[in-house]
Structures are given as structure tokens and as C-alpha cells.
Ligand binder design. Structure first.
Ligand code: GLT
Ligand code: MN
Ligand code: MN
Ligand code: MN
Length: 388
């Protein structure tokens, strides 16, 4: 049975199932949904939690009293339905004040406003129980690149991240940051275009141990990159703090489709990696769907969409377990073991280097061997097609 349970740790953003279907050419096709209603419906679907931007819950410019009332109602709904808020983030892209970016904007007053808005949103997230805080710099970029030295954009973003890390420490919050890359949209070119860019940037921060990444399927795929490889690099570095799952075709706009609805093979390989069925460490954090229903759907279609994301994940998890337990698969991926040779190149010493020089290797013989990857990939396809 593939129906989702809270123990699967599936989460959705308020902005995802709440997406009214507006696009650059067309108006909303669905009514806005109250956050408390979303909490109730997601719980009914089997989700574990819900994530939010500050303004998904508290409208921009709300009074303190209004904010407190909204937050109290929302907390009551979470409690009633046994839902949690594992991640929160800031909307630093919707308001026109951010038209030149937020942390990287040329006007220091805009940057100050962005940092202050984020401090408030961090307080809100922590109040709701979030342990991960996401930064997606959708407006941090350019169309007219002549407007600034791009190195300034990077330096200002670093200053903002360092400032906000200190803020979290000063408040004594138990909160980690997760940086989300995207190559373009809404800006022509967004700074830190890929997860790899982010991973390097993190190493330049004052408190790098509290900062990781939040890769999104659609964002790496848009650039034609392998999402699985990006996630693997993040995991290997101990930096996969959160993940945004959805579906996307290469070369399209940011589609944010139902998880697994495009490129099932990549989706399968991703779930296999996250679940650790091949071996290696499993990703233990929430499985967050940053996706939305087709514009053709009414509210019932939105919940079909949400259940679809979660069921597909669970089905792929079962497939990944079966694949990695398949004796034919195991035989094909069993690594050639020659411990003696392996030991020589594991680390440098002058003895190892000398032994390596003396080693008899037969490149022509090695090159002649077929590796059986056709059979392996076909086996994977047959697992996916349900005939094994
Ligand atoms: C926005 C963006 C997403 C980010 C969200 C977090 S907002 O929908 O397209 O990829 O994860 O700010
Ligand atoms: Mn995202
Ligand atoms: Mn997206
Ligand atoms: Mn998006």
C-alpha cells in the first residue's frame, strides 16, 4: 500500500497546494485557500507537515495584533491536525521594493529592509517550530548586467548571510539555513545558478556549519544538469539540509510539476539516492514537494495532485528497494575488488607511488571488457515498467 503516512515525512509549502494557477499570461483559476484549511486537507491526505513564507501566512504590512491572531489560529489548526512546520522562508521577491533584488540590491535601504524582514520571518518560523530556514534568491540577479559589479552581488549576499547567522545565534535559535539555487526566472540571470555554486559560497561564510543547501529538481533540470549528481554532491559534503521535489522538463520554464510526472528515471534514481537503497547514508530530512497542480484543476484536482506526489515517491521507494535487492542487478554493479591495487591509490606516499610505477596494468585488456551497463539499464527500465 503506497498511501502516504506522517512517518514518510512528506511536506508541502502553503504556496504550493495554495497556488491559484496564475501564470504570466493568465489570471488565477482557483480561489485562494485559507492556510488553516490547507493544514486540515494536507493532514487528511497523509502529509506530515507544511512549510511557508512569512507572507503566505501573515499578509505584508499586517499589524502586530493581526499577525498574532493569524498565528494563533494557524497554531491551533496545526495542533488539531497533528501537523508540523519543519521549514520556513521569507518572501523577498513579491513586493515591488525587491525589483532590483533583496540582499544584493544596489540601494542599502532595500538591503536593510530585506534583512529586517528576514529577521521577523525567522522569528515567525521559529515560533511555529521550524528547524530549517530556506533562502531562495529569486530576485537576486539581473537583466541589465551593467547595473553592478557582479562580485558586489556576491559580497552583499555573504554579508547578509553572515549577519543572519549571527542573529540566529544571538537569539539562541536551533535553526539551520538551506540555500536554494535557480539559474533564471524571474530574473534573466540569478546569482548562484546551481547547487554547486551554493556549495562553494557556503564555504566562504563565517558560520558555514549552520548553512547547507535546498536543491530543487526543477531548478537544476532547467539548466539541463543532472539533479541526482547535484544532490549527491550535497549529500557527500554533509550539506543536504532540505530538498524541493517536483517534476520538470529540460529547457522549459520552471514548471514545478507533480513529482515523478516527468523523467521517471531521474526520479527513481533520486529516490534511490535519498533512501540509500544502494547503500550509503540515507537522507533523513523532510521530503518537501515544491510543486503545484496543473492550471486545469479545481480544488479536488489539487488534492489529487498532492496525493500523486506522495504516492509516486512511495512507489519509487519500493521500486528502489526491489531494484537494489535484485540479484542480477547486484551482480552487475558489484565492483571489481582488488584490495591490493586499491590500497595503492587511496592515499599518497612515496612507497605507494613507487609501487604504482611498478604495477603491471594491461590497458588494452581492461579496455576490451564489456561492462554490462546495457543490461543494467534495461533491468532498471523493467523494474520501472513493472515487469520484474
Ligand atoms: C518560489 C520558488 C521556489 C522556492 C520557494 C521558496 S518560493 O515558489 O519558485 O522554488 O523554493 O522561497
Ligand atoms: Mn523551491
Ligand atoms: Mn521551481
Ligand atoms: Mn518555484
Amino acid at each position: 500500500d503506497f498511501d502516504p503516512r506522517p512517518s514518510d515525512q512528506f511536506t508541502f509549502g502553503l504556496w504550493t497546494v495554495g497556488n491559484p494557477g496564475r501564470d504570466p499570461f493568465g489570471e488565477a483559476v482557483r480561489e485562494p485557500m485559507a492556510p488553516t484549511h490547507i493544514v486540515a486537507k494536507l493532514a487528511e491526505c497523509g502529509a506530515y507537515g507544511v512549510n511557508l513564507h512569512d507572507n503566505d501566512l501573515v499578509p505584508f504590512g499586517a499589524s502586530a495584533a493581526e499577525r498574532d491572531r493569524i498565528v494563533a489560529d494557524f497554531k491551533a489548526a496545526l495542533e488539531d491536525h497533528g501537523m508540523v512546520v519543519p521549514m520556513a522562508t521569507t518572501n523577498l521577491f513579491g513586493h515591488p521594493v525587491f525589483k532590483d533584488g533583496a540582499f544584493s540590491a544596489n540601494d542599502p535601504k532595500v538591503r536593510a529592509f530585506a534583512i529586517r524582514k528576514t529577521m521577523d520571518a525567522i522569528d515567525l518560523g521559529v515560533e511555529l517550530g521550524a528547524s530549517t530556514y530556506v533562502f531562495w534568491g529569486g530576485r537576486e540577479g539581473t537583466e541589465a548586467d551593467a547595473c553592478r559589479d557582479p562580485r558586489e552581488g556576491i559580497k552583499r549576499t555573504r554579508e547578509a548571510m553572515n549577519f543572519l547567522c549571527e542573529y540566529v545565534r544571538d537569539q539562541g535559535y536551533d535553526l539551520r539555513f538551506a540555500l536554494e539555487a535557480k539559474p533564471n526566472e524571474p530574473r534573466g540571470d540569478i546569482y548562484f545558478a546551481t547547487t554547486g555554486h551554493m556549495l562553494h559560497f557556503i564555504e566562504t561564510l563565517d558560520h558555514k556549519q549552520m548553512v547547507g543547501v535546498n536543491p530543487e529538481v526543477a531548478h537544476e533540470t532547467m539548466s539541463g544538469l543532472s539533479f541526482v549528481h547535484g544532490v549527491a554532491q550535497a549529500m557527500e559534503a554533509g550539506k543536504l539540509f532540505h530538498i524541493d521535489l517536483n517534476g520538470q522538463r529540460i529547457g522549459r520554464y520552471d514548471q514545478d510539476l507533480r513529482f515523478g510526472s516527468e523523467d521517471l528515471k531521474q526520479a527513481f534514481l533520486l529516490v534511490r539516492l535519498l533512501e540509500g537503497t544502494l547503500g550509503g547514508e540515507r537522507y533523513e530530512g523532510p521530503r518537501h514537494f515544491d510543486a503545484h497542480a496543473y492550471r486545469t484543476e479545481d480544488e479536488a484536482g489539487v488534492w489529487d495532485f498532492a496525493r500523486g506526489c506522495m504516492r509516486t515517491y512511495n512507489i519509487l521507494r519500493a521500486k528502489a528497494r526491489a531494484f537494489d535487492a535484485d540479484p542480477q542487478v547486484r551482480e552487475l554493479i558489484a565492483e571489481a575488488r582488488d584490495e591490493g591495487v586499491q590500497a595503492l591509490t587511496r592515499s599518497y606516499s612515496s612507497e605507494n607511488a613507487a609501487a604504482l610505477r611498478g604495477l603491471e596494468l594491461d590497458p588494452a585488456g581492461l579496455a576490451r571488457r564489456g561492462l554490462g551497463y546495457e543490461r543494467l539499464d534495461q533491468l532498471m527500465c523493467e523494474h520501472l515498467m513493472g515487469v520484474r
